[in-house]
Design a protein around this ligand. Structure first.
Ligand SMILES: Nc1ncnc2c1ncn2[C@@H]1O[C@H](COP(=O)(O)OP(=O)(O)O)[C@@H](O)[C@H]1O
Ligand SMILES: [Mg+2]
Length: 312
C-alpha cells in the first residue's frame, strides 16, 4: 500500500458543494492510484482526526474561505502535516484580489485598472461619492467584485451609474472589501501551472461562456460554456500569456500548482484577473481540462500533485 492521504473537502465556504465535487473526484483518483484515502471535512474535530489518523499527506480539495485563504494551510503548518498546493503566503495573497493586484502593479504585470473600497468608506462616501471616484479613475463599464471570494459569487457588471449602488451592496454582502475594476473586452483564458523548482505552464484554455460572463452557472453546468484547448490564438500570444502566468505564479511564490485567470484585451495584452491557489477539480474545471490536453489524465494529474508535495 502506498501513502495514506487525507482529502480535505467540503468546508464552510460558499463553494462547499464545488469542493465536495472536487474532493470526491480526487479521492477516487487517489484510490485508483493505490493510495490509502480518508475524507475529512472542516469541523471542530479536524485536528483530532488528523492526529489520530497519522496521515502522510493532506490533499487540499477546499475552495474559498478557510480552505484557499491560508487558514487551513497555517493550521497544517502548526501540526507539521505536509499538504498539497501553495503555502500560507501565496494562499493569503492569492485569495485577496486587492492585495494581489497591488503586487501585480508593483511588478508591472498588466491587470485591469481598479479602485478598492471598504464598507466603512462606502458608508462615508455614499454611492455618489464612489461613482465620482470611479468615473475619474476608471470610467464605465466596470466590474464590481468582493475582494475575497471565488466562483464569480457577488460579481456584477455595472454599465450605467444607476446600477452601481445595488452592485456595491451586493458585493459587500460577501466581503467588507470590494474591488471595482475596469471592464476588459476581449478573449478570456486560463493558464494552469505545475511544478516547484521549474514551474511549467499547461496549454492555454480559452473560455467562451454562453451567458454575459463566466458566472457560477457557466462554470459548473455542462454545455453552458464552450472551451477551446489550446486557445485559438497565435503561437506568440500563447507564449506571452503563458509567460505572464508563470511570472504571476513565481511572484506570489506558489508551489505545486496554481491557475491564473486572464483576459486578452483587444490590444493583445493579457490582463491578469486573479491567481487561484486551489483550482477546481470538477468535471467542468479548467486545470483538469488543460492537463488532459497535455496528455495527462485526471488520476495522473492528481498523482503528480501528490508526488510534488511529498518530494518537498
Ligand atoms: N475586469 C473584467 N473584465 C471583464 N470580465 C471580467 C473582469 N473581471 C472578471 N470578469 C468575469 O468574471 C469572471 C470571474 O472573475 P474572477 O476575477 O476570475 O473572479 P473569481 O474568483 O470569482 O473567479 C471572469 O472569469 C470573467 O468572466
Ligand atoms: Mg476566476
Amino acid at each position: 500500500m502506498r501513502e495514506k492521504i487525507a482529502v480535505l473537502m467540503g468546508g464552510r465556504s460558499l463553494e462547499r458543494e464545488v469542493s465536495l465535487k472536487s474532493g470526491r473526484r480526487v479521492s477516487d483518483a487517489l484510490k485508483e492510484k493505490g493510495y490509502k484515502v480518508i475524507q475529512l471535512d472542516i469541523d471542530e474535530n479536524l485536528v483530532d482526526n488528523l492526529l489520530r489518523e497519522h496521515v502522510d499527506l493532506v490533499y487540499i480539495a477546499l475552495h474559498g474561505k478557510y480552505g484557499e485563504d491560508g487558514t487551513v494551510q497555517e493550521l497544517l503548518e502548526i501540526l507539521g502535516v505536509p499538504y498539497t498546493g501553495p503555502g500560507v503566503y501565496s494562499s493569503i495573497v492569492g485569495f485577496d484580489k486587492v492585495l494581489s493586484k497591488e503586487i501585480y502593479q508593483i511588478e508591472r504585470i498588466p491587470t485591469p485598472k481598479f479602485y478598492a473600497l471598504s464598507s466603512g468608506s462606502f458608508k462615508e462616501m455614499g454611492a455618489s461619492g464612489v461613482l465620482g471616484e470611479v468615473i475619474k479613475k476608471i470610467g464605465l463599464p466596470i466590474v464590481v467584485k468582493p475582494a475575497c471570494q471565488g466562483s464569480a459569487l457577488g460579481i456584477k457588471f455595472v454599465k450605467t451609474p444607476e446600477e452601481l449602488p445595488s452592485a456595491l451592496i451586493g458585493a459587500l454582502s460577501y466581503d467588507d472589501k470590494v474591488l471595482l475594476e475596469e471592464y476588459i473586452k476581449g478573449k478570456e483564458v486560463a493558464v494552469s501551472i505545475i511544478g516547484n523548482a521549474n514551474p511549467k505552464p499547461l496549454p492555454v484554455v480559452e473560455i467562451v461562456p454562453k451567458k454575459e460572463f463566466f458566472d457560477f452557472e457557466s462554470m459548473y453546468t455542462m454545455g453552458m460554456t464552450d472551451y477551446f484547448v489550446p486557445a485559438r490564438i497565435s503561437k506568440e500570444l500563447t507564449e506571452k500569456v503563458q509567460n505572464t502566468a508563470v511570472k504571476v505564479h513565481r511572484i506570489l511564490r506558489c508551489r505545486d500548482v496554481s491557475r491564473v485567470d486572464m483576459i486578452i484585451g483587444e490590444d493583445e495584452v493579457p490582463y491578469v484577473l486573479e491567481l487561484n491557489t486551489s483550482p477546481g477539480m470538477t468535471e467542468t474545471s479548467l486545470l483538469p481540462m488543460a492537463a488532459k490536453a497535455a496528455g495527462m489524465e485526471f488520476p495522473d494529474l492528481v498523482d503528480k500533485l501528490v508526488r510534488l508535495a511529498l518530494e518537498r
